[in-house]
Write a protein that binds this ligand. Structure first.
Ligand SMILES: C[S@@+](CC[C@H](N)C(=O)[O-])C[C@H]1O[C@@H](n2cnc3c(N)ncnc32)[C@H](O)[C@@H]1O
Length: 474
């Protein structure tokens, strides 16, 4: 069973008949495992009142208060049974569970690392089988419903609930790129590395999907031993940690695991073993909501001098395009979303304003920071000047477009995963005045320069400002 979670972007485009509501239903909340996209466009706002639209956004957006309120209500009036509903099937004997899991691990990881050309349908089928095996173990683990659903905001950003995170295993192109990238990085590292190589995977989620299957594969294939590889898994959610412990046990890979830590990744400091590799993927599109930037900054400081950060680079560019073309017309007849499936004409109609940030282990240490108070820091990013636009051109939306270089030439392109979908900034109004003024709107015209900052607080994301000279450093 796949949970379909609606995802809504409201794109405010112009001052006259101007609201465009795009419903993208994805089986995996911002991660694109499902490939079915339902786009409903309401150009004229017919039948959709402002209130309805606002409610739709409330219900569907990831950072909503609904989940938090539900949880608080449950805490005020707890239901009698605190046990998670167990899988209706009787638990399988441990050896059978292990055999089933390891067999699909071998099949799926083996084909990701194999030579044959990527077949997305086959990859997706294999990851689905892997997902259901892991989900079975997750459901058998002793995790209360409250822990499974717990979702909150921490210093680094949104902390998604374990129930919402497990489906990231299905995000096929992303998982494939990371598994291949990590394997390639390890084979390069082992040409020179002495002693056990220590991999730390902060914000790994309940399945640690980018690493645990790979480690189980190494064990069954006898590729790397626990004397060569040691891993530390970190997650702030107790439910995720319980799930990780159950998976490590079932996969029979305890010897590889240095620790499964239930802490905020920002509180991690290495012990005797230096950090040789960091694997981090805690992001949503346009680096919004979750703590990727903040956690990456912390770990860039902890990485050993020859250490390797996976992904090696996240690049975000500012672009302009018509939202109608970019998000609606482009996908009208598509069954799949991926960079390869983008419409060449619509892609080339974009106006590229340039890269606004490039996150690498090195840049993370040097990007200028402005400390506003103990809760808010702003990282200074790039500038982009809005060119003169033809008078008759369609209304332009500001898009934040990400690409991820996982390792070497292995990359995740735009639309390959929910994390690389372009993020529109509906508050930046270019060459138009919105009908209704909302707090946070930024009215800009051709010739203006946008100066981007990144908010490091509980609500992380890019902040567009109008450039009016350099900002003084603290
Ligand atoms: C989207 S999920 C898992 C993503 C996983 N890395 C993957 O690749 O599929 C995000 C996980 O990161 C964890 N997380 C987010 N911020 C964290 C932080 N500051 N410290 C520890 N865990 C964090 C959440 O608890 C959640 O389990």
């Amino acid at each position: 069973m796949v949970v379909v979670i609606g995802f809504v972007e409201m794109v405010r485009v112009t001052g006259y008949r101007s609201q465009l509501v795009i419903f993208v239903s994805m089986a995996v909340f911002n991660h694109q495992a499902i490939i079915k996209v339902v786009i409903s466009v309401n150009k004229q706002l017919s039948g959709v009142s402002t209130t309805q639209t606002a409610e739709a956004v409330q219900v569907n957006e990831p950072l909503n208060t609904g989940h938090l309120n539900d949880l608080l209500r449950q805490q005020l009036r707890p239901v009698k049974s605190k046990q998670a509903p167990k899988n209706v099937n009787a638990p399988l004997p441990a050896e059978v569970q292990q055999k089933n899991l390891l067999s699909i691990v071998d099949e799926s990881v083996g084909s990701m690392l194999g030579e044959s050309k990527l077949n997305r349908v086959v990859l997706h089928e294999q990851l689905s089988k892997l997902y259901y095996q892991q989900k079975f173990i997750y459901e058998q683990a002793d995790i209360s419903p409250a822990l499974r659903k717990r979702q909150f905001i921490a210093q680094s950003g949104l902390i998604m609930s374990p129930d919402n995170c497990i489906t990231t295993q299905l995000d096929d192109l992303r998982v494939n790129a990371f598994v291949r990238g990590i394997d390639q990085a390890l084979s390069h590292k082992f040409t020179s590395h002495q002693g056990p190589l220590h991999i730390v995977y902060p914000a790994c989620g309940p399945f640690a999907p980018l690493l645990l299957p790979l480690i189980a594969y190494y064990k069954t294939q006898q590729k790397y031993t626990p004397q060569q590889l040691q891993i530390t898994l970190i997650d702030l959610q107790e439910g995720a940690v319980k799930s990780l412990e159950a998976l490590v046990e079932t996969m029979g890979i305890k010897d590889y695991v240095r620790g499964v830590l239930c802490i905020d990744a920002l509180a991690y400091w290495p012990d005797a073993l230096a950090v040789d590799m960091v694997i981090l993927e805690a992001m949503q599109h346009g680096l919004s909501s979750e703590g990727q930037f903040c956690i990456a900054r912390h770990f860039a400081r902890l990485l050993s001098p020859q250490g390797c950060f996976i992904p090696q680079k996240i690049s975000v560019r500012a672009m302009l395009n018509s939202a109608q073309k970019e998000f609606v017309e482009q996908w009208k007849n598509s069954e799949y979303l991926s960079e390869l499936d983008m419409d060449p004409a619509i892609k080339s109609a974009r106006i590229d304003l340039g890269e606004i940030v490039s996150l690498t282990a090195e840049s993370l240490l040097t990007l200028p920071e402005h400390v506003l108070d103990e809760h808010t820091r702003l990282i200074e990013c790039g500038k982009a000047t809005i060119p003169m636009l033809p008078e008759k051109c369609a209304e332009q939306s500001l898009l934040l477009c990400s690409q991820i270089d996982v390792y070497g030439d292995i990359r995740i392109g735009e639309y390959d995963s929910g994390i690389t979908h372009p993020l529109p900034d509906p508050q930046v109004c270019i060459n138009f005045i919105p009908r209704e003024n909302r707090p946070g709107d930024l009215l800009l015209n051709s010739g203006d320069t946008i100066h981007f900052f990144y908010r490091l607080n509980g609500l992380p994301g890019f902040l567009a400002t109008c450039y009016e000279g350099e900002v003084s450093h603290d």
